[in-house]
Design a binder for this molecule. Structure first.
Ligand code: GRF
Length: 357
């Protein structure tokens, strides 16, 4: 019986071309994708499963050790090309693996002439490497960009492992009720390495919120806390439950992002000076709900967003940072709020990145 290493040995480019021709003769399609796949994580697996769905078989072109070093620096790859190839070939979505030594996949594309080329979503068709793009166009290959899976990256995994097993990183607990766009921005900053933190728990009073969905998809423990019968209040049992979840997750800082209920004791005392909120106005102006609408009605030419500490008094704790946004003629509350949120998405991760534990 062959060993796993033999059974999953990489193919030569010529063998992959033969596979492509065989599929072609049957009216089937070969998908091609390439990358380093150094520390395999769920984001990779999900991406590969989606890419495989685009055709009938898939080949993964793996960067050789030398080309990974060139692309990612001297500390990478963590796993050798043989091991990476073996792991990759064992995946359900992968039919063939080929290792390539160039920084670009151009000559492989020319040899293999795949039917479909799949790439992870930090690219657009226009931002592909021009040489690779020309080779794809010449081969008549269809280009498909797939969305990146949020919250997962090899860089973030390596960072988690090298900071005292995560002990040096900020542990964030988030509370939200709505869209979760700020949560997405925090996750993106973590993935990019701009924020040395982990989201340890996400809590929401809304079971079906996008906020909880985003957390779940990013692998963050996502918990619905039932606020009780009155939709405007958050009863004592729920207040206590929130504090317990935050403590269990050992969070250093609590972030309220669009959390529509009022946070009270015991969390306020347990996390005094360690709870932040983001509000869509230049506080102390326009406290409470509908702040963008209030700015329009007041005839303000400028508004913005504020990140501040949370106290028992609503929208009144110490201001940590603000960013301004113009109010434009013809602005609706929605348009203005969207412009404010763009700033929130930068400001909130910045404040957290500077947070001292
Ligand atoms: C933000 O505008 C924030 O200022 C306010 O609620 C909104 C939350 O948006 N407190 P999202 O859920 O992060 O998209």
């Amino acid at each position: 019986m062959p060993t796993d290493a033999e059974a999953y040995a990489p193919m030569t480019p010529a063998e992959v071309r033969a596979l492509r021709d065989q599929l072609d003769a049957q009216g089937k399609k070969l998908v091609f994708t390439n990358g380093c796949f150094d520390l395999l994580h769920a984001g990779h697996v999900r991406y590969l499963n989606e890419a495989r769905e685009l055709g009938d078989a898939m080949v993964v072109a793996l960067n050789s050790d030398e080309s990974v070093r060139e692309l990612k620096g001297p500390t990478r790859p963590i796993n050798s090309e043989n091991d990476r190839a073996e792991v990759m070939a064992a995946l359900r979505a992968v039919d063939a693996v080929v290792v390539f030594g160039d920084k670009r996949a151009t000559s492989l594309i020319e040899t293999i002439q795949p039917h479909i080329y799949a790439k992870g979503g930090d690219y657009t068709v226009d931002s592909l490497n021009p040489e690779e793009r020309a080779a794809l166009d010449a081969a008549g290959t269809a280009i498909r960009i797939l969305p990146l899976v949020p919250g997962r990256s090899t860089t973030a995994t390596v960072q988690r492992m090298t900071h005292d097993g995560g002990a040096g990183r900020l542990r964030i607990g988030v509370l939200g009720s709505g869209e979760g766009s700020n949560l997405r921005a925090i996750l993106a900053a973590i993935t990019a390495g701009a924020l040395q933190a982990d989201i340890s728990v996400a809590l929401s009073d809304q079971a079906d919120s996008k906020f909880l969905q985003i957390a779940r998809e990013a692998g963050v423990p996502a918990i619905h806390v039932d606020g009780g019968a009155n939709p405007r209040r958050f009863d004592d049992a729920a207040q206590k439950e929130i504090a317990e979840h935050l403590q269990r997750a050992q969070v250093d800082v609590v972030v309220l992002i669009g959390f529509m209920r009022i946070l009270k004791e015991p969390t306020l005392s347990l996390y005094a000076d360690r709870i932040v909120n983001v509000h869509p106005s230049l506080l102390p102006k326009h406290k409470g709900a509908n702040a963008p609408q209030l700015a329009i009605e007041a005839g303000d030419t400028e508004t913005g967003c504020t990140v501040h500490l949370v106290t028992a008094e609503i929208d009144a704790g110490r201001i940590l940072a603000q960013a301004t946004v113009p109010v434009l003629p013809g602005d609706t509350s929605e348009k203005l709020h969207a412009r404010i949120k763009d700033q929130e998405h930068k400001l909130l991760p910045q404040v957290l990145a500077e947070w001292k534990k």
